[in-house]
Design a protein around this ligand. Structure first.
Ligand code: ZN
Ligand code: ZN
Length: 253
């Protein structure tokens, strides 16, 4: 049995200081591969370092929309160098738009997302994007700018937006928030096919039920997969097999 955590931030203290234990417990819970995602230059570098140290950890490098206002002038060059520094770098992310908090101005968030999409194109790498309360703007950018492959991380919208993304060949990723009561994204996962999505924890945030509010870890991908298996009334083994296959094809891991 194999599960993959397609989105983890392993460099946060609580996880990083116990990384051997965290990865060991992930392994015992069938989570055999993990993609560690950067949110700025320094955490992108940390993600690459962790991926270089652990066989089953891969890295994505990128600037999160919150951090887009703080990017130095040559950040694309820096990201490119990081991406080229290791074969373990499998994507550009997380990039995106966040209107829930708008920590960076809207125009800067978009500009930095687009610049990173261009970088991903030039390196033939997939993008991983974050979208909070920004369905319309995300769709606009995806329609206007070319991308190789794209992953909608922590998919939190309804089925109608999911269909729009799927028509652009975007893969969806469901996190622990799909386990929350009456979560709107349940309507999405119930009406798409097993080819259309992968699973993630987004740890240390967003632990699934019944661990909501507690520290999150990659091992909880198993709990998310079990929840999805119940929700969709599909065997756990099949959920694991299909989501793992989707992630392996997407990231070439
Ligand atoms: Zn995110
Ligand atoms: Zn994240």
């Amino acid at each position: 049995m194999t599960l993959i955590d397609t989105h983890a931030h392993l460099y946060y203290d609580d996880i990083y200081n116990n990384l051997d234990r965290v990865l060991d417990e992930a392994n015992k819970n069938d989570v055999k591969k993990i993609v560690c995602i950067g949110t700025d230059l320094s955490t992108s570098k940390q993600s690459v370092d962790i991926a270089n140290k652990y066989d089953n950890v891969y890295a994505a490098v990128g600037i999160h929309p919150h951090d887009s206002k703080d990017t130095p002038k040559d950040y694309i060059k820096d990201l490119e160098n990081l991406a080229l520094s290791s074969k373990k770098v499998v994507a550009i992310g997380e990039i995106g738009i966040d209107h829930y908090r708008n920590i960076s101005p809207k125009d800067i968030q978009e500009k930095v997302m687009i610049e990173q999409m261009e970088l991903a194109e030039s390196l033939s790498l997939p993008i991983i994007f974050h979208n909070r309360d920004a369905d319309k703007d995300i769709l606009e950018v995806l329609k206007r700018y070319p991308f190789d492959k794209a992953l909608a991380h922590c998919y939190s919208s309804d089925i109608s937006f999911a269909e729009k993304l799927l028509s652009l060949n975007v893969l969806l990723s469901f996190s622990g928030n799909v386990t929350f009561n009456n979560s709107i994204n349940q309507s999405a996962i119930q009406n798409i096919t097993l080819k259309d999505f992968v699973l993630e924890t987004d740890c240390p945030f967003l632990a699934p039920q019944p661990f909501r509010g507690k520290p999150n870890e990659p091992k909880y991908v198993k709990d998310i997969a079990l929840f999805v298996s119940n929700l969709l009334d599909i065997e756990f083994e099949e959920i694991a097999k299909e989501t793992t296959n989707n992630a392996e094809l997407f990231f070439k891991i």
